[in-house]
Design a protein around this ligand. Structure first.
Ligand code: C6P
Length: 411
């Protein structure tokens, strides 16, 4: 049994996740796809249920008690999100549908205001399509160019190349905190510091960092930081965009509609104050409230315990996989979190994933929405096992057994 030196019993934590009790293909499920979407603790499920049974009403609108209760619960979600990432103000916490929408909001709004023909946007070679395509779209619209920080074979950013690429043409840098395909933890603090020395703002895609590590946006000095609720034990359809007030104040609204206005006439509209300027229409009320519950749940376990447990599991999984002949691990950065991507010689990732599925083991196969990264490695995709704190050593043992069986059958 893996030692958990912090006073949290991870086996007990596992019991909080009802889905982990079910079977898949007649076998107890081994869930190793938390990077795609994590499972939800009972507390989050109960919160969604309680909201619809007892508090359901629209927010920021009604004078009646029920609407005020819903508004209070909704805004408490914002306070929890603010303290979770240590944002400086509630104005800087904008609710979005997820990371994808957070990045689209910044690309579109920042881009319309600040990008001109000949300017550059700097991303990295390991970005998820969500942190590539929105920038490509706005670059095309504004006549700007997309530049890419290259990586080495281990899947680490080439920081010398970053220094070279960071010219006066660059108007924004957008990089992922943790790679969803490689597991690399990028030196985002260094990237932000270097960019700021040249007056360039930085957006961090935090989708794969927030479930695994403490994020302090003020300490990082990030200009924008965005993440999805469903990857951090909360519901789907809700996420957070943190943005520094000084940038958000200057940026035009992304969507128009109710809630984001101050006054409307047919001639002219004036906009609401932050954060509402960026929250048009009825928000995902139950999602925000239950995201707050997910935050509280993570805080009761504690980042230290989560990191310690996941780090040991990742090391164990990596060592075990390395011992299997013909296995190639994609992504061997020194700083890694919770993801192990691999290939078995002569076997297509999809075939390996299909056999694992029959054994009750859920992994993701394919390009993981990082096609340019797969092209760089010259591979069609990988098999990806991604961990959360509710996984245990037994899950890894079953994965290893499954991979060995699949290789015997297909190799
Ligand atoms: N990655 C994966 O299996 P959304 O879909 O908006 O919640 O998150 C998009 C996203 C953005 N950035 C990174 C680094 C991500 O990993 C993801 C989602 C999932 O790897 C689904 S493709």
């Amino acid at each position: 049994m893996i030692k958990v030196p912090i006073a949290v019993d991870m086996e007990k934590v596992r019991a909080d996740f009802p889905l982990l009790n079910r079977e898949m293909n007649g076998k107890p499920i081994v869930f190793l796809d938390s990077a795609a979407s994590s499972q939800k603790p009972q507390a989050v499920i109960d919160q969604l249920d309680a909201y619809y049974k007892q508090q359901n009403a629209n927010v920021h609108r009604g004078v009646y008690q029920l609407s005020q209760e819903a508004t209070t619960a909704f805004e408490k979600g914002r306070e929890l999100a603010k303290s979770f990432i240590n944002a400086g103000s509630l104005k800087e916490v904008i609710f979005v549908r997820g990371t994808t929408e957070g990045i689209n909001l910044v690309a579109s709004s920042f881009g319309r205001k600040f990008l001109q023909a000949g300017d550059e946007v700097l991303i990295s070679a390991m970005e998820h399509h969500s942190n590539i395509v929105p920038w490509q779209m706005i670059c095309e619209e504004r006549g700007a160019k997309l530049k890419v920080i290259p990586i080495n074979e281990a899947g680490e950013l080439l920081m010398d190349e970053f220094d070279q690429l960071l010219t006066e043409k660059v108007k924004i840098v957008a990089v992922t905190h943790v790679s969803n395909t490689l597991g690399t933890i990028n030196p985002v603090k260094e990237i932000i510091d270097k960019a700021h020395q040249k007056g360039v703002p930085v957006l961090i895609d935090g989708a794969q960092a927030i479930p695994h590590m403490k994020v302090d946006v003020q300490e990082l000095d990030a200009d924008f930081y965005t993440f999805s609720g469903h990857k951090m034990f909360g519901p789907t359809g809700i996420g957070v965009l943190y943005g520094k007030e000084e940038w958000l104040e200057q940026m035009p609204p992304y969507h128009g509609g109710g809630e984001m206005i101050e006054t409307v006439t047919f001639e002219k509209t004036t906009y609401n104050e932050l954060p509402h300027k960026f929250e048009a229409g009825t928000p995902d009320i139950s999602g925000v409230i239950a995201l707050g519950t997910a935050i509280q749940y993570m805080q009761t376990i504690g980042h230290e315990a989560i990191q310690e447990h996941e780090h040991e599991l990742l090391q164990y999984a990596t060592e075990q996989l390395k011992q299997i002949e013909g296995i190639r691990i994609i992504g061997t950065a020194e700083q890694k979190a919770s993801v192990v991507s691999f290939l078995a010689e002569g076997i297509h990732p999809y075939d390996l994933g299909t056999i694992l599925d029959k054994l009750g083991i859920a992994v993701r196969t394919g390009h993981h929405c990082t096609q340019p990264l797969m092209d760089w490695y010259g591979i069609p995709g990988t098999v990806r096992a991604s961990l959360a704190f509710y996984n245990n050593k037994e899950d890894i043992d079953k994965l290893i057994e499954g991979v060995k069986r699949a290789i015997k059958m297909l190799g």
